[in-house]
Design a protein around this ligand. Structure first.
Ligand SMILES: NC(=O)c1ccc[n+]([C@@H]2O[C@H](COP(=O)([O-])OP(=O)(O)OC[C@H]3O[C@@H](n4cnc5c(N)ncnc54)[C@H](O)[C@@H]3O)[C@@H](O)[C@H]2O)c1
Ligand SMILES: O=P(O)(O)OC[C@H](O)CO
Length: 334
């Protein structure tokens, strides 16, 4: 079995390392030839994972045909909003029987489709040929070989189990699940909630506030998930609460860090400049997650507030006042 990881950013590179460490024959595609050359010659990706040594067996290329021809598994490791355009370029070189694995955590803003739906629509393959890998997986920690678990979700359970084997290492433990919807909703919404946690932390609030946002963030994730067909158990698992806690708590999270910069008083443009091109998915996905919630008539006050701060000109202070000024209610409600 040969895997190709399409995208050599933080998570694409860490995932390629996992695959090689699991004994899978792996190629990584980088947009820039100089990055591919550096991975091949120095076994490093200093732009995204400085200080990490990549396995000698990892082969890099900047040629799309060379990367994709003959690949059994295509791992999609580009940002959510660019996946459709990238796939369109890749498709002529992909074998029809290929299994796709989506790493992207977002909802397409133009269509409100989840990433597995975008892959199935663009490629024309059945849903059972598309898997999702999602969990509490901060790229740097995984690349360092720190213990972590993840979920490989696919409606075709046999395919999920084959992939589980290809990604299983002594430090990275994949579980299977057939609930693709739950994994993708968990992954997309946690980025938005991490922005909210970052904002609170940037303002100077402590753990009570963060725990409140995480818990109420999970409540709105579950409301949306159930409305679109997810299983609650998935959202109580690694791709739900697991990823939510990791992302909302870690200074390594780009989303949390982006939110913290807004909380400290930086403008959206200043916060964007400070990311140095690395994607904070929640900034765009707060728009599509909010639109999906509107479509299914689901209440998501934290997502609304993040959207208003990022795209509606609301200050973080006013967002906090408006959230706390809402009418009181029972904790558990429909
Ligand atoms: N970094 C993590 O810790 C992590 C962990 C799990 C999941 N993810 C998810 O994986 C996906 C990829 O994240 P990442 O961390 O590798 O991102 P990144 O910003 O570090 O890298 C993105 C990669 O995609 C490439 N790319 C191709 N087309 C692009 C385009 N049009 N615009 C921008 N970049 C383009 C870039 O060159 C780069 O190699 C995201 O959806 C993210 O939410 C990230
Ligand atoms: O750095 P972030 O905020 O994109 O989050 C990284 C991962 O999704 C954590 O699982």
């Amino acid at each position: 079995m040969r895997a190709v990881v399409m995208g050599a950013g933080s998570w694409g590179t860490a995932t390629a390392k996992v695959l090689v460490d699991a004994g899978t024959d792996t190629t990584i595609w980088a947009r820039r030839p100089e990055l591919a050359d550096r991975i091949n010659s120095d076994h490093t990706n200093v732009d995204y994972l400085p200080g990490i040594t990549l396995p000698d067996q990892l082969v890099a290329t900047s040629s799309i045909p060379d990367a994709l021809t003959g690949a059994d598994v295509v791992v999609c490791a580009v940002p959510s909003q660019s996946l459709r355009a990238n796939l369109t370029d890749w498709l002529p070189h992909v074998t029809p029987e290929t299994t796709y694995v989506s790493l992207a955590k977002g909802v397409e803003t133009s269509t409100l489709l989840r990433m597995s739906e975008v892959i199935a629509e663009v490629s024309g393959v059945p849903a059972g040929q598309v898997a999702v890998l999602s969990g509490p997986n901060l790229a740097r920690e995984v690349a360092e070989g720190q213990p972590a678990a993840t979920v490989i979700a696919c409606t075709d359970d046999g395919r999920a189990r084959e992939l589980q084997h290809s990604f299983n290492t002594g430090y990275f433990r994949p579980y299977t699940n057939t609930d693709v919807v739950g994994c993708e909703i968990g992954g997309a919404v946690k980025n938005v909630i991490a922005l909210a946690c970052g904002m609170a932390s940037g303002v100077g609030f402590g753990q009570n506030t963060l725990a409140t946002i995480i818990t109420r963030g999970l409540a709105e994730t579950i409301r949306l998930g159930v409305a679109v067909g997810a299983q609650i158990e998935t959202l109580a698992g690694l791709a739900g609460i697991g990823d939510l806690v990791a992302t909302c708590s870690s200074p390594l999270s780009r989303n949390r860090t982006f939110g913290a910069r807004l909380g400290e008083g930086l403008s959206l443009t200043e916060a964007q400049e400070a990311t140095h091109g690395q994607v904070a998915e929640g900034v765009k996905s707060c728009t599509s997650v909010r639109a999906l919630a509107d479509k299914f008539d689901v209440e998501m006050p934290l997502t609304d507030a993040v959207h208003q701060v990022c795209h509606g000109g609301l200050s973080v202070a006013d967002a906090i006042s408006s959230l706390l000024g809402r009418s009181t209610k029972p904790e558990i409600y429909e």
